[in-house]
Design a protein around this ligand. Sequence first.
Ligand code: FAD
Length: 330
Amino acid sequence: PNPRYLVIGAGLAGLSAARILREAGFSVTVVDKSRGVGGRMSTRRSDGWVCDHGAQYFTARDAGFRAEVARWQKAGAAALWSPRLVVMDSEGVRAAGERTERFVGVPRMTAPARLLAEGLPVRSGVTVTGLRREGAGWRVVCAEQGELDETFDGVVLAVPAPQAVPLLAPVSPKLATAASRARMEGCWSVMLRFDQALGLPFDAAFVNDGPLRWVARNSGKPGREGQESWLLHASAAWSEANLEADADTVAQALIDAFIALGGELPQSWSAHRWRYAITESAVDGGCLWCPEQGLGLCGDWLNGGRVEGAWLSGRALGREMVRSFQALAR
Ligand code: FAD
């Protein structure tokens, strides 16, 4: 009989792995602790406004990923974004002056993940807290409903490395050690809503000075509807130093820094703390698959720490799992 796999994490890595497994005819279930799919490619929605508060855009260098992004564009789920982009530092403001192609999900950052999830059984609101070996299979415990009914032949962990470590430690010290080598840093994100458009002379800025790292006019990205919204990301150093600060204090400091760049006081704001945002030191290898245990790892942290790397990592793992199943069946 065909094997039954569980993928934990419905970010780009988990979804791309799940699609490969599904296309090979295997039975796949995807679970994620949050309400929707997309993981760190995410968007917050509020009264009359929306704002991407995780990944801001993605680049596509690998030929396979470029073809995938072209598919997303054709489906209306992604578009090129060509902002007036500047770099700000202690010496002033200058045009970014580079030719990188940047893409965004349309009408919001979650769109590519929703496209990938089409036709896949995805269960939201399932937080996996434990894995247990039973014979040659896996039993899976989650916070919301205890042990899941099914036994799985293989489990894919497509979650940030620090969240994979506690799940792996009791069942695979080797994979746990590999995951504990990736270092991921936090990021405070503040979304701002304005009644009117701001007259700033840029749409996005890399900020190399002070608490901010990036600001962008979210409502200026392709296909966005709703009120003027801006997104602020704090630098890794500032975010790490203020990880436990309360949202009001953080928002105040970052809004002050935005005003110092020429911004204005918003009508309303919302803050989000990413505890594991950016991979500071990635583990190389693309993905990890242990055929004896039927346990696999994929995610951005195994492949350069970005959206493109996450998708490629999931695909690489899926393909390796299919190959190892076919080798066993021979
Ligand atoms: P994730 O998207 O993190 O997916 C993991 C999923 O696992 C999540 O949905 C989570 O809910 C789920 N999960 C975790 N633990 C459990 C559990 N125990 N049980 C069930 N589910 C679980 N990349 C770029 O390319 N360009 C950018 O500009 C960019 N900017 C960024 C800015 C910020 C603030 C952040 C946070 C990230 C940014 N990134 C950027 C990185 C990019 O978002 C990631 O590289 C990519 O989305 C990672 O995908 P993933 O599938 O590996 O992980």
